[in-house]
Every structure is written in structure tokens, then in C-alpha cells.
Ligand binder design. Sequence first.
Ligand code: AMP
Length: 358
Amino acid sequence: MTDKTPLSPGSTIGILGGGQLGRMLAMAAVQLGYRVIGYAPAGDNVAASACDDFFENGWSDTAALSAFASQCDVVTWEFENVPLSAVDAIPDALLAANPKSLQIAQDRLNEKSFVEELGAKCAPYMRVESDEDFARALERVGTPGILKTARDGYDGKGQWRIGSAHEAEGVRFPGRPCIYEGLVNFESEFSVILARGADGTIRIWDSSANTHDGGMLVKSVIPAGAVVEAQVEAAQNIARQTANALQYVGVLTLEFFATRDGPVFNEMAPRVHNSGHWTIEGAATSQFENHIRAICGLPLGGTETRFTSIDMRNIVGEDALSAHAILAEEGEPHLHLYGKREAREGRKMGHVTRVAHD
Ligand code: AMP
């Protein structure tokens, strides 16, 4: 969307994807007086209940994509694996952000080389497209390391940790393009989340320290601690350059490891991010609202942190069934449940944010 005229109230925002990120984006959009239409293949599309209308159609259904687009004034996405062919079916003029950001973020090799060219440091890595490549990567990068599918992995899926050369004997090349990267000995993990407006204005939230388990985010905490805080500025510079290089509009997330040698870039997401959920109650403007403001050409809101201590934790699997008990706790925890029908193991069902002034 190059036109900087703000979208007037009552205009329609289209969201590609139907998960919790879409749901929270839709809630922010509705608050600002917009209509929202979602689009995703049939499934547990929890965004639908927050949207005015929802298309449950496949990504290759170009007729449905055109019908969806014809009702939208701007189109955004809530997850980075929307097939590029589906995005191609949406007129360029409606797209909030450059689809190149999706193309880059959909492939771990692309995103690493793109951000490396802007000056970021990455863990040593090699492309793996055959058994021979895998053997070579193990030799050159060494162990411990992680073999990851180059595409479609999320929350630790499509990843194999390899602790030693001996362990590597038990891991086979999975038959689709992968990346093998050295295991980073990090002190902490953090993300830089920024919003970039159509006029190029950039606002950045404070970085939380993020803890993962099995590749999935468990919690995000502010303050992030001295190690992260010493490295945030360098990481923010990379994130800013990435957003500018892509002429990106909306919320963009870059994840980093804080190491003894400075920030090491891990991956990027051209969307709102789980590690930014704390911004709903913890920041002057949430990541969801600023994404909507950015794509609608409205002024961005402040990103200042409003509390001295913030703790966001994911609610996963069957824990969601007893999550209402959290409401009885002291300190007024903020509970968000995503309305997913099935509390499967390892599935993000909600989150709780605790804020405090020490
Ligand atoms: P990713 O899907 O690449 O974001 O990986 C998910 C999580 O796995 C990260 O947030 C880290 O906790 C861990 N991880 C991934 N890659 C590495 C690495 N090269 N070194 C150490 N930990 C990693």
C-alpha cells in the first residue's frame, strides 16, 4: 500500500490466516472502527469469531481469493507461511506489506543471508539438500548443531538436535531442503519487535527475554536483564535496516540470541509475534494495534513500557482447561484464551500476562 491516505472508519481489512494472531489483530481493528474479513483453509480458525466475515477456502482457490480481495481496502497476513501464490492472487495495491518480506521469511536460508548482508551475525550454517550435504555440514559446522527444514517449520517442528557425531548417525536427511546450523551457546534469547508506518516511521518496543522449551516460546519477561539490554541497540539497528530494506509496513519481528560475542540473528517474522503479546497490557500501544495503525496509514502509537515488571506466559495444551483459575490469583493477571476447540498437547491455547510496578 503506497497510498498514505488513512483508511477511514468502516473500511475493510483482510487478514490472511485464521489463528490467534489474526484473532488479536481483528480485535484491535474492530476497536478502531474497521471491518475485518479473514481468509484461511478450513480448520480451527479462531480468528473467525473476531471477524465480521470469514472465508474458509483453500490457498489455491483463486476465485475465492479474488472474491475476498474485492471486499477489502487493505490486506495483511498473520502468519508467514501463506503461500506466495495466494498472495499473488491479491492485487498489489491492496497488500499492506511487500510480499518479498514473506518470500524471505519463508525460507531460513533466505532470511539468514538477507539479514547477514545487512551486517548481522548468524550461527555457522550450511544448506542441506542431500545425504552428502548433511555429511559435509556435520564435518564443517561440527556438533552440537540443529538440522532444520528450510521451510514450514514453527514452534520447534521440523528440527532435529544433534549433540555429537555419534548422535548424527541416528539422524537421516529428511528428504526436503534443510539448513544445518551450529548450536549457539547463548546467555539469553530476545526479540526486537518494531512497527513501521507507510511513511517510514519506525517505533520499537522494549525487548523481552524469551525462554523456549523444545523450540516453543514458554515466556517473555521484562526487564530482559543486563546481558540482553547491552545488546538490544545493535539488534535494533539490524531490525531497522531490515524493515527499511524491505520498505516494510506493519509489525516486523527479529529473534536473536544474546551471546558473549554480541547478538546472533536467528530468524525473522514479517508479522506480530508471540513474544510481543505482553504489549497488550504492558505497552502504551500493543503490537496488534500498531500493526493495524501502520497498514491503515494511521499515526503509530507510542511503544513505551508501562510497568517495571512484565511476565507473559503461554498456556499450552490441557492447561487451558483449568486456566480460569488464574483469575483468582493476586495481582490481576490478564488472561487471554484463544477459543481453540481442541486442547492438543503442545498447542498454544492462550497466554497470561502479569504486570507490576515494583
Ligand atoms: P527457531 O524455530 O529457529 O526459532 O528455533 C526455536 C528455538 O530453538 C530458538 O528460539 C532456540 O531456543 C532454539 N534454537 C534454534 N536454533 C538454535 C541454535 N542454532 N542454537 C541454539 N538454540 C537454537
